[in-house]
Write a protein that binds this ligand. Structure first.
Ligand SMILES: NC(=O)c1ccc[n+]([C@@H]2O[C@H](COP(=O)([O-])OP(=O)(O)OC[C@H]3O[C@@H](n4cnc5c(N)ncnc54)[C@H](OP(=O)(O)O)[C@@H]3O)[C@@H](O)[C@H]2O)c1
Length: 335
């Protein structure tokens, strides 16, 4: 085996923890350090550990001390990555899971410029969605002419934990804690599978289930009304609100389970039925995202070796670049 890929983690939260575990489980990579806006918090969490933790803002310092081949950016998509991404891509190659779908073209342009100007590779917006599901949408729509790929989330009986929606509920005055589970509507899945690219509203495809812990003085009715009428987040959906105690919430809801599928159903040119489905079920959304991110770190090094620079997405990367198997092994095992 050649030299191990030296990876720095930039930003340490749920995805950062998953990336640490995924690097430690990979034989071709090594964690050279963690950089954070709050190194003391991270050091405290790591306890007795010899992992180097440095201030993310001292870019010259940590790129020199840790000498990473690349950084996996684990900051939040709403306010962290739009600032941190281009700043860091100007200094080293990066991989991130930026998931603000509507903003991806702008983010791509900013990262492309920063990475091109510095000769680095910036792989953006990977994970499972955007990421694997983006690739599946492109494959399905290229392989079945005229088909529309649909995404469904929360396929299991308990649904999938939506971190963004849970966060939105926690910001309502009177709410102490909350979890929001998204459920796919089985009738909508059946309609999509039967073909014909049906027109479905957001509310016809999913419903939302909320588990809320109230502050002592809170008005339950007012909180429920606020949740159900929240534009975009809940207003378009059938939303069920359950009030529970903090103990019940802690016991019932540990971890970050999620999952979903992409379905495309239509016909080939001569009229034969054609359906593609791709499904993911994750015990932990951030751990799954982390697993995808580290495979992209491998691909990033190969793009660099090819002399490439600029921004890339999963759509631009040959699948063999994600694997640590040789071409011979891939041909034998998977073709
Ligand atoms: N593409 C996909 O499929 C996919 C899937 C899941 C998530 N994501 C993306 O991944 C992003 C990160 O998710 P996440 O769950 O890791 O978010 P998170 O736990 O909130 O962490 C985001 C950042 O917040 C800071 N932070 C974390 N815990 C903190 C604490 N206790 N106190 C103060 N600051 C803290 C960390 O930055 P510092 O260390 O600098 O303080 C961290 O990098 C999300 O915004 C989402 O966009 C993408």
């Amino acid at each position: 085996m050649g030299e191990k890929i030296r990876i720095a983690i930039a930003g340490y939260g749920n995805v950062g923890r998953g990336v640490k575990a995924a690097i430690e489980a990979s034989s071709d990579m090594v964690l050279c350090g963690i950089v954070s806006r709050n190194p003391e918090r991270v050091k405290k969490e790591l306890g007795a550990s010899d992992i180097m933790v440095m201030d993310i803002n001292d870019i010259a310092g940590w790129t020199r001390e840790l000498s990473p081949d690349l950084a996996i950016l684990c900051g939040g998509s709403s306010t962290d990555l739009p600032v941190q991404g281009p700043k860091l891509a100007a200094h080293l190659s990066t991989v991130d899971s930026f998931d603000n779908h509507g903003e991806i073209p702008n983010y791509f342009n900013a990262m492309d410029k920063a990475a091109h100007d510095s000769g680095n590779v910036a792989v953006i917006s990977t994970g499972w969605d955007p990421g694997i599901f983006s690739l599946e949408r492109v494959l399905a729509s290229s392989f079945i002419p005229g088909v529309k790929p649909y995404g469904f989330y929360g396929l299991s009986e308990s649904g999938g934990l939506s971190m963004g929606h849970s966060d939105a509920i926690r910001r309502i005055p009177g709410v102490k804690d909350a979890r929001q589970y998204t459920h796919a509507e089985p009738d909508a899945i059946a309609k999509v599978r039967s073909g014909g690219n049906p027109v479905l509203t957001a509310g016809e495809m999913h419903w939302r289930e909320c588990f809320i812990v109230l502050e002592d003085s809170a008005d339950a009715g007012a909180v429920e009304e606020t949740v159900k009428n929240m534009p975009n987040y809940f207003a378009p959906y059938r939303t069920v609100v359950n009030f529970i105690t903090q103990d019940e919430l802690n016991i019932r809801f540990s971890g970050f389970p999620h999952g979903g599928c992409v379905i495309a159903s239509g016909t080939t040119a001569e009229g034969g039925s054609a359906q593609i489905e791709y499904q993911c079920n994750w015990g932990s959304n951030p751990a799954a995202t982390a697993s995808v991110l580290v495979a992209h770190a491998r691909a990033t090094m190969r793009l660099k070796k090819d002399g490439k620079s600029g921004a890339f997405t999963i759509l631009d990367i040959p699948p063999a670049y994600f694997s640590n198997l040789s071409r011979e092994e891939l041909l034998k095992k998977f073709m």
